[in-house]
Design a protein around this ligand. Sequence first.
Ligand SMILES: Nc1ncnc2c1ncn2[C@@H]1O[C@H](COP(=O)(O)OP(=O)(O)O)[C@@H](O)[C@H]1O
Ligand SMILES: [Mg+2]
Length: 257
Amino acid sequence: MAESDETSKMRERLLRFERESRYLRKDSDERKVLEEVFDRSTQLAIEELIARKDLSELYGVVSAGKEARVYRGEDRAKDPVAVKIYLVSASDFRKRMSYIAGDRRFGKLPSGSRDTIYLWTRKEFKNLQLADTAGIRVPKPRAFLKNILIMEYVGVPPQPAPTFAESEVDEADYKWTFETIGTLWRKAKMVHADFSEFNVFKTPEGDVLFDMGSAVLATHPQAVQFLKRDVSNMVRFFRKRGISGKSPEEWAEEITR
Ligand SMILES: Nc1ncnc2c1ncn2[C@@H]1O[C@H](COP(=O)(O)OP(=O)(O)O)[C@@H](O)[C@H]1O
Ligand SMILES: [Mg+2]
């Protein structure tokens, strides 16, 4: 299939950024990136997002995880955006099922891994919207298409904001954490389900919760179990950093009361 000039230029540029940011170490890595991240359908989706004016530039990789890569981009107004591209070939899609099944927003379950990833992307977008509406500080969702999610860039480009894991944390962060878990539960009627020191940015303007693909509605059969796990993880993290208060049981009880 013939590739448009735009697409191949975009791909060349992305590869160069990946090389420069040393996410690519050997030739086989390079081939893998091409196949896994920029498969034909992802390239077309990027073109479509550009045509729709949701995106105008794509720069280097900010993060290269197992399941998703996050790029820095720019919108039409040259404001920075984060572009999260889920890897369609990631083999963990079965694991995701338990975070989708039981969510009444999404009806019939997809049968293949590609559709599962597309649904996951849509779910993260919806979850960000829901949290945003409830007044929780998250990266503002901008657009999504297939396996690509565009959102507000948090940090001072080219750097993303540091996470709790990379920052000093204090009592105010502790307070924010459990208030946020509580507001999510009571107002957004949602559980993050992957709340951890790696999924909260600490910025001069305040803490920002992100990575919301796993989040489930409070009606999900395992919602309470996920909430308890989120609470335990954060109690453990703050304890390691010398900040303690209520036990996980007390927090869970207080939040769901
Ligand atoms: N909105 C954003 N603005 C800036 N950087 C981001 C944004 N979202 C994600 N990142 C960067 O990508 C990393 C991984 O993002 P995350 O959503 O947690 O993906 P993963 O599913 O790989 O954990 C973050 O730690 C951060 O460095
Ligand atoms: Mg994460």
